[in-house]
Design a protein around this ligand. Structure first.
Ligand SMILES: [Zn+2]
Length: 327
């Protein structure tokens, strides 16, 4: 296998929480660069996460900073980590850069942003973040922002679409080469992105709602739409996005495979990828850290999924989207 691409982790936030300058080696996390190297990862997306609510304890801070300040702290961890690991980790802002890193036996690090709040409704800020290296933005987290509205159990809230700014931003993100991520977004927002985006988009860390009723997951109709647009959904390890019973706090490999197989049945093999959500999830894990990802691939093989299909899920599908969107 070429190696896998993971579209989402919250390890930069954990780096800030543990007062680390880098995430080269951080105890108590599910992922760090040393373990990523042992995991045969080809590329890892690193999110700069902003929860919007007053949650300073999530970052080990006395009080909640402004979005820009918190983003800056995570950006520094990202940059310091790249510097410290030059021999095995390389920034990637495109498909070509990932290929170059692979030729040099380096893991590619993509910089992403979870919650577009810090964009503050200004196109100039999208350009600013692009120039900083951001190549994917998860439009919302669990609160409304300048792009749109979050997923919700309330049907009328769930139907709310993108804001006017959000709609225009879709075109500008297409133009810039920033991948649009609909995980956490309302269903209405999802369909707006599907209609307006001229490039494929992703649900970087979302599973199937038919198998696990969480509103963070995609309905079959959404899976078909995502596939039609050439997009990919990343299998998330969070128990409450995997299990039918939301009280079941165990994250099982067999359940990850159930979701992968459902995605394949509904949208085809080309719409499935990986978005572990490492360091952003809680429960009891069969894959408790990135070094365990092999268990997932082995189980897929055991189920009779061909080598070719597993390779697509692990690498090729997301690589295709990266190439089409970022160039
Ligand atoms: Zn998330």
């Amino acid at each position: 296998m070429t190696g896998y691409i993971d579209m989402h982790c919250d390890t930069l936030a954990k780096g800030v929480l543990h007062h680390q300058k880098t995430i080269t080696n951080v105890k108590g996390t599910m992922l760090d660069i040393e373990r990523l190297e042992r995991s045969h990862a080809a590329a890892q997306f690193f999110a700069m996460f902003f929860p919007q609510k007053n949650m300073p304890e999530w970052f080990g801070l006395a009080e909640m900073p402004e979005a820009e300040t918190l983003t800056g702290l995570m950006y520094d961890v990202f940059q310091n980590t790249l510097k410290e690991n030059r021999h095995r980790l390389g920034f990637a802002g495109s498909y070509e850069q990932m290929r170059e890193n692979m030729l040099q036996n380096k893991i590619s690090a993509y910089l992403t942003m979870e919650n577009g709040f810090a964009v503050r409704g200004k196109m100039d800020n999208l350009k600013k973040f692009y120039d900083m290296g951001v190549r994917l933005i998860t439009l919302t987290w669990n609160d409304p922002n300048c792009f749109g509205f979050p997923h919700s159990k309330n049907p009328s809230e769930m139907r709310r679409g993108l804001t006017e700014f959000g709609k225009e931003a879709v075109s500008f993100m297409n133009e810039l080469g920033i991948l649009i991520d609909v995980s956490h977004l309302s269903d209405g927002g999802f369909y707006d992105v599907a209609e307006l985006s001229k490039k494929p988009f992703v649900a970087s860390h979302s599973n199937c709602r038919a198998l696990s009723p969480s509103t963070r997951n995609l309905t079959d109709e959404m899976i078909r739409k995502l596939a039609e647009c050439g997009g990919v959904a990343g299998i998330n390890l969070e128990p409450s996005f995997l299990n039918e019973n939301l009280e079941d706090k165990k994250s099982r490999v067999c359940r990850m495979c159930d979701h992968a197989e459902h995605f394949i049945r509904v949208g085809g093999t080309e719409c499935v990828g990986i978005g572990t959500d490492f360091d952003g999830i809680e429960g009891e894990f069969e894959i408790a850290e990135c070094t365990g990802m092999e268990l997932f691939f082995t189980e897929m093989h055991k189920r009779g999924i061909s080598e070719d299909k597993v390779e697509k899920i692990a690498f090729t599908n997301v690589a295709r989207v990266i190439k089409e969107v970022m160039g």
